[in-house]
Design a protein. Structure first.
Length: 88
C-alpha cells in the first residue's frame, strides 16, 4: 500500500483570516452599479430557463442586457477620467 502525502503545506483558517483593505472596498463600491446590473440580467435569464420566453420575458432580458452595457460604459468612462493622483 502506498502512502499519500500532501505536496504543499496545509492551508489553515488562520492564514485566511483577514479583512479587505480600504482600496479593495472602494473598488467594489466603484463597480457596484455594474454588479447590480449583472445580477438583474442573471435574474431575468433565470426566469426564462424552464419555460418558453414570451414577449415580456424577451423585453425583460433585452432591457437587462442594455443596463449591463450602460453600466460597463459608465464604469469605463469614469475609469478614463480618474487621474493617477486620485483627483477627477
Amino acid at each position: 500500500m502506498k502512502t499519500i502525502a500532501a505536496l504543499q503545506p496545509t492551508v489553515t483558517a488562520a492564514s485566511l483570516d483577514f479583512e479587505p483593505t480600504a482600496a479593495e472596498l472602494d473598488a467594489i463600491e466603484h463597480e457596484m452599479p455594474l454588479i447590480r446590473a449583472e445580477v438583474a440580467l442573471l435574474d431575468a435569464q433565470i426566469m426564462t430557463i424552464d419555460r418558453p420566453a414570451n414577449e415580456l420575458d424577451t423585453r425583460r432580458v433585452r432591457r437587462a442586457r442594455n443596463r449591463v452595457l450602460a453600466a460597463r460604459r459608465d464604469l469605463t468612462n469614469r475609469a478614463g477620467t480618474v487621474q493617477p493622483g486620485g483627483a477627477a
